[in-house]
Design a binder for this molecule. Structure first.
Ligand code: GLC
Ligand code: CA
Length: 570
């Protein structure tokens, strides 16, 4: 069985994980102090969001230098110690590789700016502007950046523009240039040679841009150039080349690609082992539920969705990826998404129950499970005031919603408040001490006021705690070939509230039943009556199998097939 399928990945967003030196900012030594905790959960792999030297406009995803550590987080010695401590615990480390862009402070970009004739100019995407009415200088095209506003910044000295698809200091690299690709390959080798297991690759499906950079959409107003940057054929070529030149030389390397709006067909083409590209990709279909076609701040559907839709999104993804021979990383939250209980469950009375249901879902779907810091204690979205927002995306899109979508302030605020990435970035709540035990001083971002009741220390003391449940479900996953690599089939797919499926591998068959709603309900399981089922895990209690199984709000169960009835009668 492939090693990458068996891993349980715990994502750390370092700025908010644990502060060790009382400056209000999480750091590497803070992580070292919590490694036992992560291992005890059952995770064997840590994915660390970027810790490199950074301009911090996008909190690490804007990299100044891929070969040095952000001094706020520590030193290279701290990193080496972190890696050694991880390995000591039989765990592995996956780094974040941000290869679509560097920050504007990166030496390549600095050289490109200094001298338009330097070879570094072609490491980026510089273009002449257009001339508007009255001779005004306009950006080269109408591309909208992912965080709002024109995707072009002007270099006043040369009077040219350069492309920045994310924050204005994240300068898109020109992957057509072989030197750029070699530069990225060198970075990868440096970290792999240090002993990291692999990479989570940031927006890796947008590295190729359409030749000639044609206008987006109808070409008039600012528009996001999905059709010119997402999963172009060349992005596949570049990743295959990366595999051949770098990844294939490291036998157990772990790779997970993150991409914008990756279609299911593309997920498969990036991850089918015959393609020799990546182990797995993330899909955002679930996370965009209730959003309009333009993404998370496209409010036109009112963020309304039903459990039935959620089920259909998941089954469609699961079954098609399986059929196509691809592999995905499953996740309920990450550093870019609201908290999972607030988004898909209930952050009120059923907080713990819905967190268990979502954990069980995440650990039993086909794909490698990822969990995000704080998820294991059911951390919730945070009641922010506007002054509490820290993310460029939130602050910028608040303005964009007003300027481009003509929303009144209160509506723009409400939308940001619902979807801002800041929810995921509030400090991990370690205890009920001041600042949630994250730091002894005021942290860089607001602490969720519910830390007094929702925190690791309290959760560890509780009976039937969420942490215990994570341990239990992770242990089951690790011991079950059916959950790691089994086939998935839907059971009673039309049911409006309950997601039920079988996972099958040789002799082992498990039946998963999850009420994804806050209502009491009942599901007919007659179609699986030909077998005997023993209850293995229940989030309320273990309950015997019934043809018509009643379920409490967010109740989730796993049954194991013990014998076939047809065998008994024979
Ligand atoms: C990815 C990251 C996100 C970042 C963006 C640009 O989507 O997950 O945090 O802002 O890429 O690098
Ligand atoms: Ca610190």
């Amino acid at each position: 069985m492939d090693n990458f399928k068996q891993r349980i990945v715990y994502q750390i967003w370092p700025r908010s994980f644990k502060d060790s030196n009382d400056d209000g900012i999480g750091d590497l030594r803070g992580i070292i102090s919590k490694l036992d905790y992560i291992r005890d959960l059952g995770s064997d792999t840590i994915w660390l969001s970027p810790i490199y030297a950074t301009g911090n406009k996008d909190y690490g995803y804007d990299i100044d230098d891929y070969y040095s550590i952000n001094p706020e987080y520590g030193t290279m010695d701290d990193f080496d110690e972190l890696l050694a401590e991880i390995k000591k615990r039989d765990m592995e480390l996956v780094m974040d590789l941000v290869a679509n862009h560097t920050s504007d402070q990166h030496i390549w970009f600095q050289k490109a700016l200094e001298d338009p004739n330097s070879p570094y100019r072609d490491y980026y995407i510089f273009r002449k502007g257009r001339t508007g009415k009255n001779g005004a200088s306009l950006p080269p095209n109408n591309w909208l950046s992912a965080f709002g506003g024109s995707a072009w910044q002007k270099d006043e000295t040369s009077d040219e523009y350069y492309l920045t698809m994310f924050t204005p200091n994240q300068c898109d690299l020109n992957w057509e240039n072989e030197k750029v690709r070699e530069g990225i390959h060198d970075i990868m080798r440096f970290w792999l040679d240090k002993g990291v297991l692999g990479f989570r690759m940031d927006v890796i499906n947008t590295i190729a841009k359409r030749e000639g950079l044609p206008p987006a959409g109808k070409g008039k107003k600012l528009d996001f150039p999905f059709e010119h940057i997402v999963s172009l054929p060349k992005s596949h070529d570049y990743i295959r080349e990366m595999h051949e030149k770098v990844l294939s030389h490291y036998p157990h390397v772990f790779t997970v690609g993150e991409g914008m709006v990756t279609s299911i067909d593309d997920l498969i083409r990036y991850t089918d082992p015959d393609e020799k590209k990546l182990n797995m990709m993330f899909s955002f279909d679930l996370h965009l539920i209730g959003c309009g076609p333009l993404g998370k701040f496209d409010f036109r559907k009112g963020y309304l969705w039903s459990v039935k839709e959620m089920k259909e999104i998941l089954f469609n993804l699961q079954l098609k990826v399986q059929e196509g021979g691809g592999w995905i990383g499953n996740f309920m939250s990450n550093h870019d998404q609201p908290r999972q209980v607030s988004r898909f469950g209930d952050d009120g009375p059923f907080r713990r129950k819905s967190a268990k249901a979502l954990a069980l879902l995440n650990m039993t779907l086909r794909g490698t499970p990822f969990l995000y810091q704080g998820e294991e204690i059911g951390m919730t979205n945070c009641p922010f005031d506007m002054e509490d927002w820290r993310d460029f995306e939130a602050i910028n899109d608040y303005q964009v919603l007003q300027d481009m979508m003509h929303l009144p302030k209160f509506a723009a605020k409400k939308i940001i408040q619902k979807m801002t990435r800041d929810h995921a970035r509030t400090p991990v709540q370690w205890s009920s001490e001041k600042h949630a035990g994250f730091s002894t001083v005021e942290p860089w971002i607001k602490v969720n006021p519910n830390y007094t009741s929702i925190n690791v220390e309290a959760e560890l003391k509780k009976e039937n705690s969420l942490i215990d449940f994570y341990k239990e479900i992770i242990a089951l996953r690790k011991s079950s070939p059916a959950l790691v690599d089994g086939y998935i089939t839907a059971v009673n797919r039309p049911h409006p509230y309950v997601m039920a499926y079988k996972r099958i591998y040789n002799d082992e068959t498990l039946l998963v039943v999850i009420n994804l709603s806050g209502k009491n309900t009942e599901i007919s399981l007659e179609e699986v009556m030909t077998s005997h089922w023993a209850c293995e895990i229940g989030t309320y209690e273990k309950r015997p199998f019934e043809a018509n199984l009643p379920l409490y709000p967010y109740e989730a169960l796993i049954y194991r097939k013990t014998q076939s009835l047809d065998k008994i009668t024979k």
